[in-house]
Design a protein around this ligand. Structure first.
Ligand code: CP3
Length: 361
């Protein structure tokens, strides 16, 4: 695939641990409901219909890049982590004001649904071709302005959605599975991990220049359970993706892991085969930098809630990040500690970006 040369490669250089003039900046969920232009472009279309339309997905991906031109250094493809469960044969609906919902979650290993999912051979290329097409079209439209990030959900987080049937506070089903049916859980996690490798390779082949694995629910596991049900599958992805890319004749791309809430595992995550480790806002920047000891680039980690605060609060948060992460002009990608939330004023987010620029000059 031939695309225009990259004019801004700050993100890729920082991810590889190289020195950069200033930290690259982007934020998780930078395309989304807080932007009025998102609602205009989406209209009353279904969320997954937008993901499946390369034209709409690329338009939504570009919105923050255009609004914040010169301030941010990456685009992230408009899609969702739940496209993998869909490709595996599960129905997922996005319910307005409620979030994702699976009408038929996996109830137990003895339930016919589990057998069916385990037996289905998933043709990732065919099932998720629409993501590949959206990535290629977005790369073309970006014309080298900033790099394009591809992503997938981590096996543990996707597993939780598949057994809970949606968001949850108690994780009743997930905990029942890991503590009652550990072998069946691991078999499913492994199947998901293999699909993640295929899917990320497909995204790179289509034009993704860095990939991020979102383990949003890692923090629901104890350190011991994370060692059993989280980390091995994150490692499977980082160990196998480079090999898969090589088989396909593709150059390796930087890989990021974001295991939200797994602050206890930061040291291990720094040795898990990823170039970048994403941090949520529970980490103190300076302490995290000390634990990482230069092994990886850190990404994060302002509390997204600070965007509901005033300018002084934002400045203070950015100062703490800059002081903790930015001592040697490398090893930091500025971001929030989780996605931008609805009702954030886009101009407040702009101020957050401007403060990072000002304080790292
Ligand atoms: O970051 C980006 O701008 C790229 C797009 C992106 C979306 N989802 C779009 C989206 C990415 C990277 C995701 C990842 C994702 N999806 C995660 C991991 C990151 C995280 O937040 O922890 C998770 C857990 C999901 C699952 C999901 N999708 C939930 C729980 C929800 C509903 C709640 C919410 O925050 O909106 C979604 C819907 C979703 N995904 C929307 C967007 C823009 C909102 C859809 C709408 O209502 O219009």
């Amino acid at each position: 695939m031939q695309f225009e040369p990259l004019k801004n490669d700050r993100l890729l250089r920082a991810a590889r641990g190289e020195t950069v003039d200033r930290p690259p900046i982007w934020v998780m969920r930078q395309a989304g409901r807080y932007l009025p232009e998102y609602h205009d472009a989406k209209g009353d279309r279904d969320f997954f219909e937008c993901c499946r339309s390369p034209e709409i997905a690329s338009t939504l991906t570009l919105q923050p890049v255009e609004r914040y031109a010169g301030l941010i250094d990456a685009a992230i493809i408009f899609s969702d982590i739940l496209v993998i469960p869909q490709a595996m044969g599960m129905t997922v609906e996005m319910v307005d004001k409620k979030g994702p919902s699976f009408p038929e979650p996996l109830k137990s290993p003895n339930d016919g649904q589990y057998e069916k999912i385990m037996q289905k051979q998933v043709d990732v290329k065919a099932e998720l071709d629409y993501v590949a097409k959206a990535i290629t079209l977005t790369r073309t439209k970006l014309a080298g302005r900033v790099p394009l990030i591809g992503f997938c959900g981590a096996p543990w987080t996707l597993f939780c959605y598949m057994v809970e049937g949606g968001g949850t506070k108690l994780f009743v089903q997930s905990k029942t599975w890991i503590y009652k049916y550990p072998d069946a859980t691991k078999a499913l996690l492994q199947k998901i991990a293999d699909i993640c490798v295929d899917f990320l390779a497909l995204q790179v082949a289509a034009g993704a220049q860095l990939v991020q694995v979102f383990d949003s629910w890692a923090g629901e596991l104890s350190p011991a359970a994370f060692a059993d049900f989280g980390l091995p599958y994150l490692r499977h992805i980082s160990a196998n993706l480079p090999q898969r890319l090589q088989e396909l004749g593709l150059e390796p791309v930087p890989m990021t892991v974001f295991a939200k809430g797994a602050w206890f595992a930061l040291d291990e995550l720094c040795d898990s085969g990823y170039n970048v480790v994403g941090l949520d806002w529970l980490h103190d920047p300076a302490e995290a930098k000390q634990i990482a000891r230069g092994r990886v680039t850190l990404q994060g980690n302002a509390d997204p809630g600070v965007l509901y605060g005033d300018r002084a609060a934002i400045t203070k948060t950015v100062e703490t990040m800059v002081k903790g992460f930015w001592s040697d002009k490398k090893g930091w990608i500025a971001n929030l500690g989780h996605g931008v939330t609805p009702f954030v004023d886009p101009d407040t987010l702009k101020f957050f970006f401007e403060e990072i620029h000002r304080l790292t000059q």
